[in-house]
Design a protein around this ligand. Structure first.
Ligand SMILES: Cc1cc2nc3c(=O)[nH]c(=O)nc-3n(C[C@H](O)[C@H](O)[C@H](O)COP(=O)(O)OP(=O)(O)OC[C@H]3O[C@@H](n4cnc5c(N)ncnc54)[C@H](O)[C@@H]3O)c2cc1C
Length: 480
């Protein structure tokens, strides 16, 4: 049966992969004192599939495969898209409120590849679509976790790939052999590479004929000897759960992913020089992945909303009109995202290979809204919480009887709320909105993850039928 257990998934990561953390080579990511936090976080989706409380969301019976990860269900209609959004939202909620895309981002890429490769094959007689299906089949059967490395390091942003000072600023083909290709370059910000089985590599932008060798897409095992995975740093377990309730257990991870002359066999290639399709593939993946983004965000909005309402209650300010208006602002923030998810699923279009693709306009509006207003939502929570979010004593002071009695007396707001509970909520708000780890990370994730603000604007403008409105105004004014 294609359903790995949490333990089997963790064991699959002990495969000699080349991971570097804070200047040192990591021999085993699963036992590393810091990376193991992330491994555990990423492995939770495997736990969920065996958890009777949520199994019906995470597991789906698929033709040919029987019970499999619901992430691999290829959407064919609005209901499938809504079920996928629910699955992604449930994943964040299950994973202590932090996103987990161990199987979401890979399937986003596979769905985009299925649609685009079937078109490339029709035009060029290539066999990419079969390659994608074969790879998909393996991923389902072995219940694999995938990272997607799309964002190139990009060098000078004003130049195209072939114009860069360093020809390796975008991943490209350096050798073509009868049995495959050799690729060189590096992708940046790749989420999850330390703890996945496969890396799917996609182009990051449109290409011209001169960029032909940069129009490349393929899959490679994360333990390929020429793939170097350089990790970002994150919070350590030493911080303690009381002080950093989110960061000590719920954290995603990114890498600089280097392809140091990596050989890719023919059957793992999805695009190799068909430059006219690089932009379409980049955009379609981005659309899928932004649908994932708007789907994983609501539980983070729920956390901001819940924390704001709870601390307002503990501080005795819930009844004041300005507080209610701020709570409503947070309701608007999160429910606008949920409304975009529904609209995007219902107003989908069917693409080549018979795949139902979310409506781009609602996806991009939702993604822009969540990114542009995240800091403001966090500010609202900080506003209601007060300055103790960053000035309160630590767990150790609460454990020391000499200081505990003062903390319990002076940092209490009401007789029915122990100081410890108030501090718990304040620490949670700090971690969520003001710590370097989860808070700072979520700010930048909102702005840049799944594409910058500007990328959402350009995509919305491109997809929206502005002419329809121009025609309407002309008709009202009797202009031919
Ligand atoms: C937490 C996190 C997780 C991520 N996970 C992944 C992942 O798993 N896989 C993956 O492939 N990527 C991932 N990304 C990458 C993400 O998609 C990029 O960060 C985003 O597309 C912005 O690219 P950049 O970081 O290179 O910034 P830049 O592209 O350098 O953007 C910086 C600024 O420059 C502007 N700019 C850039 N180029 C131009 C231009 N030509 N003309 C005008 N203005 C320009 C942008 O609009 C922006 O304002 C992740 C990012 C983050 C922060």
């Amino acid at each position: 049966m294609p359903l790995k257990t949490q333990e089997e998934f963790i064991a699959s990561l002990r495969d000699g992969r080349n991971v570097y953390y804070n200047g040192e080579r990591v021999t085993d990511v699963t036992t590393h004192p810091v990376l193991s936090i992330f491994v555990n976080h990423w492995s939770l989706i495997y736990k969920a599939k065996h958890d009777p409380k949520v199994k019906d969301i995470f597991v789906k019976r698929l033709d040919e495969y029987g019970e499999a990860s619901a992430y691999f269900n290829i959407p064919r209609n609005a209901d499938d898209l809504l079920a996928r959004a629910k699955l992604i939202e449930a994943t964040t909620a299950y994973c202590n409120g932090q996103f987990n895309i161990a199987q979401a981002i890979g399937t986003d890429a596979l769905f985009a590849l299925m649609s685009i490769c079937s078109e490339v094959d029709k035009r060029y007689g290539t066999r990419y679509y079969q390659n994608v299906l074969r790879f998909y089949d393996r991923c389902v059967r072995e219940d694999l976790a995938m990272a997607v490395a799309q964002t190139d390091v990009k060098g000078d942003r004003s130049k195209r790939p072939h114009e860069q000072d360093d020809p390796d600023a975008y991943v490209h083909i350096v050798e073509r052999r009868s049995d495959g290709i050799v690729v060189r370059g590096a992708k940046v910000h790749t989420t999850g590479t330390q703890a996945v089985n496969e890396i799917i590599v996609l182009p990051t932008r449109n290409m011209l004929a001169e960029d032909r060798d940069y129009a490349v897409a393929f899959a490679i095992p994360a333990n390929d000897k020429n793939v170097k995975i350089i990790s970002r740093a994150q919070a350590s377990k030493e911080l303690g759960e009381f002080d950093y309730p989110m960061s000590v257990k719920a954290t995603a991870q990114e890498t600089l992913t280097v392809f140091d002359d990596v050989f890719v066999p023919n059957e793992r290639i999805f695009l190799a020089g068909e430059y006219e399709y690089a932009g379409a593939l980049a955009r379609l993946f981005a659309l899928w992945h932004r649908f994932t983004a708007i789907s994983y965000k609501p539980p983070i909005g729920d956390q901001l909303l819940g924390a704001a309402a709870l601390i307002a209650e503990y501080n005795g300010i819930s009844k004041y009109p300005h507080v209610r208006s701020k709570i409503v602002k947070l309701i608007r923030y999160v429910e606008t995202i949920r409304a975009c998810i529904r609209a995007a699923a219902v107003e989908h279009k069917v693409y080549p290979a018979g795949i139902a693709v979310p409506n781009p306009v609602y996806v991009y509006i939702g993604k822009y809204h969540l990114a542009d207003n995240f800091h403001d939502a966090a500010k609202t929570v900080q506003d209601l919480a007060g300055g103790l979010v960053i000035t309160q004593p630590t767990t150790r002071d609460l454990e020391n009887p000499e200081t505990a009695k003062y903390i319990e007396k002076y940092l209490k707001t009401r007789h029915d709320v122990p100081a410890k509970n108030r501090l718990k909520v304040l620490n949670y708000i700090r971690d969520l909105t003001a710590s370097t780890y989860t808070g700072g990370y979520n700010y930048v994730l909102s702005v840049h993850g799944e594409g910058s603000l500007e990328a959402q604007i350009i995509s919305t403008y491109t997809e929206y039928d502005v002419d329809r409105c121009v025609r309407y105004v002309k008709s009202l004014l009797n202009i031919e």
